[in-house]
Design a protein around this ligand. Structure first.
Ligand code: HEM
Length: 247
């Protein structure tokens, strides 16, 4: 195999791996995918990329004659700017629209890094959050509030973003058995959020008794986050007992 073929092989493998990691682990992996794309893109004009240098150092031979590798770098930079600047601006606008919608409980546009930022801020501010959970036979009703306007805005934003994640089956905390199962069963969950003066009231129900149990356990987990904050962030939550009728 020559350098060009190896390059396609390696780039293709990295794209597949990082897109998978971006979907299942963290959207930050998509930056790596973008980096690979950027390199492939500019190498079309310069016939150079760091991986090619590395492969040549390993002794892999070129296929394209060197004389063909002299296309101007300026042109590639101009083209890159043309493609990426509008994309970055569009992304920025989407984020603003997303957070505005989150505040008003419209169609929230939460995305991975923002969701995690809100969660971390909530965990840091856990002492300023109050919460009551009422267990229903088919789910839960919760009231989560704060006297601090910023904290309650974060609670609302978080709930709206998690609602969106459930609706789109975009798991968070996939390593935690309870959260993983909850997202597997997401299409059996009905979630209604209502703003209260100081926060949000959430009713989550399911016709499936197993899912109702998951909702009970999840509400307890959230209450634990509220009570202990970061100290319990990395604690796993086992699945409730499937056999017992009473959770
Ligand atoms: C102080 C910290 C937190 C607060 C105040 C909070 C608040 C809430 C509230 C009010 C809900 C709606 C359901 C309910 O009331 O039980 C909710 C749902 C959810 N939260 Fe949080 N949460 C916190 C931390 C976390 C953390 C650390 C994670 C995961 C990393 C998380 C993930 C979720 C998910 C996945 C849902 C949607 C699933 C469902 O409601 O069935 N939350 N959270």
């Amino acid at each position: 195999m020559n350098v060009e073929r190896y390059l396609r092989l390696i780039a293709g493998a990295i794209v597949m791996a990082t897109v998978s990691l971006g979907y299942w682990v963290s959207p930050y992996w998509l930056l790596f995918t973008g980096f690979v794309g950027l390199n492939l893109f500019q190498s079309a004009f310069t016939s150079w990329c760091p991986m090619m240098t590395f492969l040549r150092k390993l002794g892999v031979k070129d296929y394209i004659p060197k004389s063909a590798r002299t296309v101007g770098g300026t042109m590639s930079i101009a083209l890159l700017a043309l493609v990426f600047l509008p994309a970055l601006r569009a992304q920025d606008q989407t984020q603003h629209r997303g957070s505005a919608a989150n505040q008003s409980h419209g169609m929230p546009g939460g995305h991975g890094p923002q969701d995690m930022k809100t969660i971390h801020s909530l965990l840091n501010a856990h002492q300023q959050v109050t919460r009551t959970v009422t267990k229903l036979s088919n789910g839960i009703q919760t009231l989560t509030e704060s006297d601090d306007a910023q904290v309650r805005a974060m609670v609302r934003q978080h709930v709206a973003a998690m609602y969106q994640r459930l609706a789109n089956k975009r798991p968070i905390r996939g390593w935690d058995p309870l959260f993983a199962e909850l997202f597997k069963q997401a299409d059996k969950i009905k979630m209604v959020m209502v703003d209260t003066a100081k926060g949000v009231s959430v009713t989550e129900t399911s016709a499936d008794p197993w899912v109702a149990k998951l909702l009970h356990a999840h509400a307890e987990a959230v209450s634990e986050f509220v009570k202990d904050g970061n100290a319990v962030m990395h604690k796993e939550h086992p699945l409730p007992n499937r056999d017992r009728t009473n959770p």
